[in-house]
Design a protein around this ligand. Structure first.
Ligand SMILES: Nc1nc2c(ncn2[C@@H]2O[C@H](COP(=O)(O)OP(=O)(O)OP(=O)(O)O)[C@@H](O)[C@H]2O)c(=O)[nH]1
Ligand SMILES: [Mg+2]
Length: 396
């Protein structure tokens, strides 16, 4: 293992001439000298670098950074041709940090003193403990919003953050783990995570060029299985200069959260699974009526159910679980037999709980009982059986 890791603090700037010089000085003289083995809780020496990605600011931000870069050889400037959105700036910055600066870890960090530099060593400590992805959270114990924020800004941050969190992760474990999905302060391990991302800026890599990229990288990094931790963040009001937060930022965040969830493999599979189930139900009903015209009880029930089972098996195999598709006559027969057994299990569940419900609550609301049993028992049961037995991923 490498003895010394390199961490690059990537700072996007647009018109931050009044802040960025002070920030670079502060990091180099006050923060980095403490990021060495045996200071605080750190056990390693860290090679700390600063990369400013400037959107060709008209206020001379780039000039200030150039001057600092002459003074400190760990400080670098990447100038974009124009202001291209904070998400675009970060992707370009990550690529530069990896290709040119040997980054093992990349930080996302604001240059306007909203992120206290003192949080950096705490995040590196978590990295030393083995985490891959550490973010600063304003919502956990010890974290906070700026004292100077008005009601509107607090409301948007709290409400927007919660909605984003809900849309992206509910009801899964990341919904409970990620308390601050829109935070701007993060550090990510390069090996296995950032180096697996497509950082080439082609314009369509991200769902957005602006602030919503935070959600996308969060979503992707967690999906890659990053070991994740939050540390408290005391978010400040900006030191100087003007806010670049736009009215459309909230809309951007909302849009990106929905798209991420919608295009996620799991969602797509689940929607297809639901659709196939619904088609099966319709087919079952149609054939039940049709067979009833010329067959005696109980056969219409039996044959229509089997036709629905065949439809479900076929459509799920061709569509829902296409990525784990079952091929070949002998495997198809074996799996179809398994599928029938699994469907019989669903019938048993329905019979037991349907009867129980009638016994407990009276025979009145059969349709309601059926709906509840299907949604809360049969669907989860089928979903589990399909994923873990019938179309089980063999790779794992
Ligand atoms: N290179 C580049 N930097 C940007 C761009 N948009 C914002 N930034 C910088 O990224 C940092 C974080 O931006 P935001 O969190 O979106 O907005 P903000 O101006 O910090 O908003 P406040 O919280 O009100 O201070 C700011 O310090 C900006 O200077 C951009 O399009 N390109
Ligand atoms: Mg800011």
């Amino acid at each position: 293992m490498k003895q010394q890791n390199t961490a690059v603090i990537v700072i996007p700037t647009y018109n931050e001439a009044d802040n960025i010089g002070k920030m670079i000085e502060y990091l180099n003289t006050k923060t980095f000298p403490n990021i060495v083995a045996k200071k605080g809780d750190l056990t390693q020496n860290w090679d700390m670098k600063i990369l400013v990605v400037d959107g060709n600011s008209p206020d001379g931000t780039g000039k200030v950074v150039e001057k600092e870069a002459k003074k400190y050889n760990n400080t670098f400037l990447l100038t974009e041709t124009s202001k291209d959105g904070i998400g675009a700036a970060y992707l370009k910055g990550f690529k530069y940090a990896i290709d040119k600066l040997n980054a093992d870890f990349v930080f996302e960090f604001d240059g306007d003193f909203q992120h206290p530099p003192e949080t950096i060593p705490l995040m590196l400590k978590a990295i030393e403990e083995g985490y891959d992805y550490v973010i600063g959270s304003r919502k956990i114990k010890g974290g906070s919003n700026p004292k100077g924020w008005g009601f509107k800004r607090v409301f948007f941050s709290e409400f927007g953050g919660f909605v984003a969190r809900f849309i992206m992760f509910f009801p899964f474990k990341n919904f409970f783990k990620v308390t601050d999905p829109t935070t701007g302060l993060k550090v990510t391990r390069v090996k296995g995570f950032v180096d697996k991302m497509d950082l080439d800026w082609k314009g369509d890599r991200l769902l957005t060029k602006s602030f919503g990229y935070k959600l996308q990288l969060l979503f992707e990094t967690l999906k890659m299985g990053a070991k994740f931790k939050e540390v408290p963040l005391n978010f400040h009001v900006r030191n100087a200069g003007e806010s670049k937060i736009e009215a459309k930022t909230a809309k951007d965040i909302f849009r990106v959260a929905i798209l991420l969830r919608w295009y996620d493999d799991f969602t797509q599979k689940f929607l297809k699974f639901g659709t196939v189930g619904f088609i099966g139900f319709i087919i079952n009903a149609i054939f039940l009526n049709l067979f009833s015209t010329f067959l005696n009880k109980p056969w219409p029930w039996t044959f229509s159910a089997e036709i629905a089972i065949i439809s479900n098996f076929t459509l799920n195999n061709l569509w829902t679980f296409r990525s784990q598709q079952i091929f070949g006559p002998s495997r198809l027969i074996k799996k179809f037999f398994q599928f029938n057994l699994s469907s019989a299990g669903a019938i048993v569940i329905q019979t037991i709980f349907g009867t129980l419900a009638e016994y407990l609550f009276g025979p009145g609301n059969k349709t309601l009982y059926l709906a509840v049993i299907i949604v809360f028992l049969v669907l989860p049961y089928n979903w589990t059986m399909y994923n873990l037995v019938i179309w089980k991923n063999k790779k794992k």
